[in-house]
Design a protein around this ligand. Structure first.
Ligand SMILES: Cc1ncc(COP(=O)(O)O)c(C=O)c1O
Length: 401
């Protein structure tokens, strides 16, 4: 039995370390042991019989039988993630995209209709527009705002799926307004809050049904693992839990260990990400070589008011347009010393991408133009280096163009 249950108001830093309370661990280890096993043995054939009988009657006499149905390191990680989000249940997947796709596949219906927003992670957009049509699932892709979502509702709509903030323009949606519309029409709301994290936003407290994170990003936090998680009430996620056990697209025990370990510094890391994000966004906005900056913490951002009303901080992803074209943008990126040229975000190392080549190279040029993927669009994902060093690096690289 846990020594202490959650009968207190622990703050985020404490919950990220202790979850809801102290749980018994093998050998009284402080850190969660990595249970590297694919299956669990029974002593006798009779034990199997008793286990199956109890399971059929809804009793638990021992927990594990086979790796695809659960692993203690994974389950400890899920408990911790649920505590951090304030959710009844967390269901882990091997990547953020596995969490997105398997959550949608669990709750979508052929006679339903899903609303997506146009600015969103590229692979989610591809799944919505190219993949779901193969199964005859009707979808609408609308502007990322509550009114466009409301206008797109049909009698058969059963899911609203969006990100907040969106990737890459960091649009922030009025979640309480979307929830109100969704409840009126009995539609499920699913929010990918990867860029906000549970440190900066709590969509479930605003009435959202399911929150998804690519745990590859801020939750893992060190650019060294891939994972995804869906969170919501225990009852609602029952079906998703079944999908997880059926498909087994789960992170292995070592990844779960690393993810849970990353959570111990989650609140500290987010404080630094938020501080550096705002400081660097302001510096860029004032720089003569920059045309435009997208960062929800800036007053110039379209959704600044919404973001300020529902977020504690704005994270460390900053998107901007350089003055110049392809060659100036490449020159700037190549001159950076601290930023690694790679996709992803939310880790300890700062990253930079020229969006048109890194994420949208295979899209036809006219489509890239349509969605604003111009050659001078750059995305920074700040890491945990000293922000003054990052500012100095950005300024010296901008000085070279
Ligand atoms: C908002 C968002 N959702 C989902 C994903 C997918 O996560 P993963 O790479 O862990 O599959 C990403 C990846 O960048 C993302 O930015």
């Amino acid at each position: 039995m846990p020594k202490k249950q959650r009968d207190n108001n622990w703050r985020p830093a404490t919950v990220a370390i202790h979850g809801l309370g102290r749980l018994p661990k093998a050998h009284y280890a402080v850190s969660t042991p990595i249970m590297q096993t694919s299956n669990y043995y029974f002593d006798t054939a009779g034990d199997v019989y008793e286990f199956m009988k109890a399971k059929g009657e809804g009793r638990v006499i021992r927990e594990h039988e086979y790796g695809r149905y659960g692993n203690p390191t994974q389950e400890e990680c899920e408990r911790k993630l649920a505590a951090v989000e304030g959710a009844g249940r967390a269901v882990l997947f091997s990547t953020g995209m596995a969490a997105v796709i398997l959550t949608l596949m669990t709750y979508m219906r052929r006679d339903g209709h899903i609303i997506f927003t146009s600015d969103c992670y590229r692979q989610t957009r591809d799944f919505a527009t190219n993949f779901l049509s193969k199964f005859g699932i009707p979808v609408s892709v609308v502007d990322p705002d509550a009114r466009s979502i409301d206008n797109a509702i049909r009698p058969e709509t059963n899911i609203i799926f969006t990100e907040s903030p969106t990737n890459p323009y960091l649009r922030c949606l009025d979640l309480p307004a979307i929830v109100e519309v969704a409840k009126e029409h009995k539609v499920m709301t699913i929010i990918d809050a990867t860029l906000a994290t549970p440190y900066n936003i709590k969509p479930l407290e605003m009435g959202v049904d399911i929150v998804i994170h690519s745990a590859t990003k801020y939750l893992g936090g060190h650019n060294d693992l891939l994972a995804g998680v869906s969170l919501g009430s225990r009852d609602l996620l029952n079906d998703l839990y079944r999908t997880q056990r059926m498909i087994g697209a789960v992170p292995g025990p070592l990844t779960c260990f690393l993810l849970e370990r990353g959570l111990k510094t989650f609140a500290l890391r987010m404080e630094q990400h938020n501080r550096a994000g705002l400081a660097i966004a302001r510096m860029l906005e004032a720089h003569p070589k920059i045309e435009k900056v997208w960062y929800p913490g800036l007053e110039s951002h379209l959704d600044h008011k919404i973001a300020s009303s529902q977020m504690k901080g704005f994270g460390s992803v900053i998107t901007f347009l350089l003055k110049g074209g392809d060659s100036e943008t490449r020159k700037f990126i190549d001159a950076l010393e601290l930023f690694l040229i790679t996709p992803s975000l939310g880790g300890s190392e700062s990253l930079v991408t020229q969006m048109s080549t890194m994420s949208f190279f295979d899209y036809p040029e006219e489509y890239r133009g349509e969605i604003g993927m111009v050659d001078n669009l750059v995305r920074l994902a700040l890491g945990l280096e000293d922000e003054d060093d990052l500012i100095a690096d950005l300024k010296q690289a901008l000085g070279k163009i």
